[in-house]
Design a protein around this ligand. Structure first.
Ligand SMILES: O=C(O)CCC(=O)C(=O)O
Ligand SMILES: [Fe+2]
Length: 367
């Protein structure tokens, strides 16, 4: 429940931990095509790959917050089902990524088991694009609410895609056509639960990673999410900075597909989850992630050409020939084996030929 009311029931986020400075963008302004806000979205997507999106100042946004609130209730209920019941729906990576992931199923950076459990609800399952998957009755009973949430979250990601199209000078609809809700994909709504960690035995809960897909709409109420600033050393624990959850705001981040499609202009930033800071460490941490993946057969290569500012292949550069489905399986195998060499990617300087720069108002970046 990401509203003010919900936050007021939780212990406050402490004021003495390092926090990331995320740009806070207004959904209402983006909806009306505000140019300054759209440019700020592009800037955040290039430099950090993370931003906050405030839903509080328009009816559509408030409606989305209410739906997210309902998803938090379902999250609590589903993750509090008996372990035996949940294990009937266990996910089986790398090929089957929907269903329940039990605590400790994946490794953290030092090879020890993770401290997160989650239930991954498949979008295709909820919208009828695929055959229905086995789910606990609780999920089945809430099918229409979950579907409505996914549909509205998708409207949000489509808007972000349209803005990025325009900023990258791609034909309108390019990015959203690579992830339409009507085509089979690995898109899911992930309901995560992190039990409090015992004092004196605390560690990373969810391994540092980049998201495999294109966009993630994440709601946090309790701290624990951390990102690695550009150029910092992932192995140095002090490098990581907290993302402070904000009432009425989602945390939006870009995934690997955006980096591949934009030839490295957009950024997919390393992030992880650790124990909640300060007084929050005693609370169970629930989190809700709508993880958009491209349609399974979508190519993961650059969208250069036409008027776009995406640079063409240079000598010595190579695009991947993998489809989105292959990319997801490949990374899921590596993650399961603790061999995923995750690092932030993208955020390269924009070089715009003089003619295009004049037409687009973009300045040529000087290296
Ligand atoms: O729980 C969180 O805050 C982050 C989860 C996350 O990064 C993911 O599921 O990819
Ligand atoms: Fe993530």
């Amino acid at each position: 429940m990401p509203t003010d009311q919900y936050f007021s029931k939780l212990p406050a986020f402490p004021s003495d931990v390092p926090i990331a400075k995320l740009n806070r963008l207004s959904y209402a302004k983006l909806l009306t095509g505000d140019e300054v806000e759209s440019e700020a979205l592009f800037e955040a997507s290039r430099t950090l790959g993370f931003f906050l999106l405030d839903f509080s100042t328009c009816v559509e946004g408030q409606n989305f917050l209410q739906r997210a609130e309902r998803m938090f209730e379902i999250n609590e209920d589903v993750n509090n089902l008996e372990q035996d019941e949940l294990m009937k729906y266990a996910y089986r990576p790398p090929h089957h990524l929907f269903g329940y992931k039990h605590l400790g199923n994946l490794k953290i950076e030092d090879g020890r088991p993770d401290r997160v459990e989650f239930y991954n609800v498949g979008q295709d399952d909820m919208t009828g694009v695929s055959a229905t998957l086995p789910n606990p009755p609780l999920i089945e009973e809430n099918r229409s609410d979950i579907k409505a949430y996914m549909q509205q979250a998708h409207v949000v990601t489509d808007l972000i895609c349209d803005i990025l199209d325009s900023q990258l000078r791609l034909p309108k609809g390019t990015l959203s056509s690579l992830q339409p809700q009507g085509r089979p994909s690995g898109t899911s709504l992930r309901m995560l639960r992190y039990p409090p960690q015992p004092e004196g035995d605390r560690r990373t809960s969810l391994l540092g990673h980049t998201d495999l897909g294109s966009l993630t709409i994440l709601f946090n109420t309790i701290g624990g999410l951390q990102i690695l600033p550009a150029g910092a050393d992932a192995k140095d624990d002090d490098s990581w900075v907290y993302v402070q959850p904000q009432p009425n705001c989602a945390i939006v981040n870009l995934g690997d597909a955006m980096v591949e499609w934009s030839a490295g202009i957009l950024r997919s930033n390393l992030h992880r989850v650790t124990f909640a800071p300060g007084d929050q460490s005693k609370s169970i941490r629930y989190s809700l992630a709508y993880l958009v993946r491209p349609f399974g057969d979508a190519p993961m290569k650059r969208l250069a050409g036409g008027d776009s500012i995406i640079p063409p292949l240079e000598e010595g550069e190579e695009d991947t020939t993998m489809t989105a489905r292959e990319w997801e399986s490949h990374r899921a195998v590596a993650i399961k084996a603790g061999k995923d060499n995750a690092r932030s990617r993208g955020g390269r300087d924009i070089k715009v030929p003089a003619k295009k720069a004049a037409a687009t108002g973009l300045l040529q970046a000087v290296n």
